[in-house]
Design a protein around this ligand. Structure first.
Ligand code: C2E
Ligand code: CA
Ligand code: CA
Ligand code: CA
Length: 275
């Protein structure tokens, strides 16, 4: 049964050329996918390294193409961003993540925080993102404290535009996480400038953390920096118990990665919570 599950997650990481002859073909297919409900969300749990408690989950989108199979977001989010389809996809993802999270709360599971990835584009439309979030929270009945927004550095391109939006998010008691931290050249200035709650250390630093002293020291610095600024620190891409033990020693708050669980379907996530 385990093998069957893993087979579902065969992605086409090699790029669009594997399944689509042209980019426009992918774009047209993506439009159809939205109309036909071919997108679905998986949820990857986050765990507190001190208590072992599950604190939340990251919503990660997938596309179940009728003939190609399951397609990774790495293969369609960039095209969606280029063609403007990211708005519709982003709206669907936000709505579905909030709806499902509320549903699990109603069913009596411990209340968990769901994090949703946002593209920089979603900040670029005037008077768009906040009204959208307000509408979705009202429609789904999810309390704003259970919604976290993950932004990569590219999301901070235009501080004049982004800062007031983030501040208004904070007023609504939403939380903000800076994703892939450490990979951009100016990450540090963002931390001070924007109201960020969570620093998410990129997998690139975690991968060899047990063997590589430099990565270990950099990770330690990022953890301390986050804490000095009053932020929570989470490490992503944790695949081995040794990495978790080391991260705990370094003072990291939470971990996410294949060692805890791969991104899970709704059913798998519930099964995971029950255990
Ligand atoms: P990300 O936000 O950095 O998400 C983490 C990625 O790392 C996910 O890939 C996840 O499956 C993978 N991962 C998690 N743990 C491990 C591990 O232990 N080892 C390894 N090797 N990988 C791990 P995924 O799901 O393919 O998503 C790729 C990227 O696509 C995400 O990177 C995010 O930038 C983007 N993405 C996914 N869903 C959405 C969405 O709804 N909206 C937007 N705008 N972007 C999304
Ligand atoms: Ca993310
Ligand atoms: Ca990340
Ligand atoms: Ca990453």
């Amino acid at each position: 049964a385990k093998e069957d599950k893993e087979k579902q997650y065969v992605y086409y990481h090699d790029g669009i050329h594997q399944g689509f002859k042209q980019e426009y073909e992918l774009e047209n297919n993506l439009r159809v996918a939205l109309a036909n409900n071919e997108l679905f969300l998986t949820y990857q749990p986050k765990q507190n390294v001190k208590t072992g408690e599950i604190t939340g989950m990251e919503a990660l989108v997938r596309w179940k193409h009728p003939t190609i199979g399951i397609i990774s977001p790495l293969n369609f989010i960039p095209i969606a961003e280029k063609t403007g389809l990211i708005y519709q996809i982003g709206e669907w993802v936000l709505h579905e993540a909030c709806r499902q999270t509320k549903q699990w709360q109603v069913e009596g599971f411990q209340p968990l925080v769901v994090s949703v990835n946002l593209s920089a584009n979603q900040f670029n439309r005037k008077d768009y993102l906040l009204p959208l979030i307000d509408r979705i929270l009202a429609e789904t009945g999810l309390d704003p404290t259970y919604l976290q927004l993950e932004l990569t550095e590219s999301g901070f391109q235009d501080p004049v535009l982004v800062k007031p939006i983030l501040e208004q998010m904070k007023e609504r008691r939403l939380t903000i996480s800076i994703d892939d931290f450490g990979t951009g050249y100016s990450s540090l200035s963002y931390l001070k400038q924007f109201p960020i709650d969570v620093v998410k250390i990129d997998r690139a630093f975690i991968r060899e953390i047990c063997e590589n002293k430099g990565d270990q020291q950099l990770t330690k610095s990022m953890i301390d920096l986050g804490h000095v600024l009053g932020m929570k620190v989470i490490a992503e891409g944790v695949e081995e118990i040794e990495q978790i033990e080391l991260l705990r020693e370094l003072g990291c708050d939470e971990v996410q990665g294949f060692f805890i669980a791969k991104p899970l379907t709704n059913e798998e996530f519930i099964e995971f919570l029950r255990k």
